[in-house]
Ligand binder design. Structure first.
Ligand SMILES: Nc1nc2c(ncn2[C@@H]2O[C@H](COP(=O)(O)OP(=O)(O)OP(=O)(O)O)[C@@H](O)[C@H]2O)c(=O)[nH]1
Ligand SMILES: [Mg+2]
Length: 309
């Protein structure tokens, strides 16, 4: 199982030099230190507006405060990540319905399987729905995952109507008293209108059987995609209002600052993070754990700043 500390090592290494300098300053921050910090944060894919906001707050925060510099930075970063409530499967409504959307190859199918596994570990009965009917492999891939997770699966034939498969899956989940239904969808470019319309149809089909909107619509964004992912997410939001984000492939990325931009620009919480390819490599997004892993442990920090003196 990949941990936050492991997954964020590349971004942490990238940030550590500039942060160590900031942590070491005992009086105000000089222009050089601030500039280096700004460049480093931008390089880690934090958006420009957020970088400006932070450096301004840091300059102010450094004057006359009695808390450690690490604490100021920590609170600033955690504060930028929105509500600190970690996701738990709610008791109701049943079946709790999660629609997974996103562009091609971001990790939707893997995430759907990991979510089913997460629900199983919470002693729930999930059902996986494969509405990716473009490719024969779409359904097969999710069937294989369902077997590994040991959960129910409803998969459409290649060429079947994705909305009809979504309807059948919700229907099956209701008939089988499933606690959660996780609906994987085909990857689609946000610029291809017919495919985006299909997503609207899938959503309406779910609503017609469930008699309510899907409880969650989570967009899966690949951490390596940078600012373009924000544009994609906005387009998806128009067709299927997004209630949360799953950021995948954070492991190996040196641009985990992307997560801050997502929260700031989209105004929806990050619910989960993909930290690897295995079933257990999905972490409930916890702002404090995330920031701690970015900044390194306090001990590490002491050692680092000690070295620099
Ligand atoms: N390292 C890493 N790889 C991941 C993660 N999530 C998914 N992947 C990999 O990304 C690749 C694509 O994953 P899929 O789940 O098939 O992506 P998808 O969005 O369903 O793709 P399409 O259905 O073709 O749009 C696979 O090789 C996965 O193993 C992650 O968090 N970390
Ligand atoms: Mg897929």
């Amino acid at each position: 199982m990949v941990t936050w500390i492991d997954a964020l090592s590349k971004t942490r290494n990238k940030l550590s030099g500039a942060l160590a300098k900031v942590f070491r300053k005992s009086d105000g921050l000089d222009d050089d230190t601030l500039e280096e910090l700004e460049d480093t944060l931008l390089g880690a894919d934090v958006s420009m507006s957020l970088v400006m906001e932070w450096t301004e707050a840091l300059q102010k925060g450094y004057r006359g405060l009695q808390v450690s510099h690490r604490e100021i930075v920590h609170d600033l970063l955690v504060g930028a990540l929105g509500e600190p409530v970690a996701f738990e499967w709610p008791e109701e409504p049943r079946p709790y319905t999660v629609l997974i959307v996103g562009v091609n190859g971001t990790g939707k199918t893997t995430t759907a399987a990991k979510l089913a596994h997460h629900a199983r570990k919470a002693r729930l009965k999930p059902l996986l729905a494969a509405t990716d009917t473009f490719r024969a492999a779409g359904a097969d891939q999710l069937r294989v995952w369902a077997e590994r997770v040991n959960c129910d699966v409803v998969a459409g034939q290649q060429g079947a109507d994705a909305a009809a498969v979504a309807y059948d899956a919700v229907d099956a989940a209701m008939a089988r008293n499933s606690d959660a239904v996780i609906i994987d969808t085909a990857g689609r470019m946000h610029t291809k209108q017919p495919l985006m319309n299909e997503l609207g149809k899938v959503r309406r089909a779910i609503k017609s059987r469930l008699e309510r909107e899907p409880d969650e619509t989570w967009i899966v964004l690949d951490a390596g995609m940078g600012q373009n992912a924000i544009i994609q997410a906005r387009q998806f939001h128009e067709m299927a209002p997004v209630t949360g984000v799953v950021v995948t492939k954070l492991d190996g990325s040196s641009k985990a600052g992307f997560v801050f931009s997502v929260v700031k620009e989209l105004g929806v919480p990050v619910r989960f993070a993909g930290l690897g390819e295995g079933l257990d490599d999905l972490a409930v997004f916890d702002p404090s754990a995330f920031v701690d892993a970015l900044l390194g442990s306090k001990q590490e920090e002491t050692v680092q700043s000690g070295k620099g003196r």
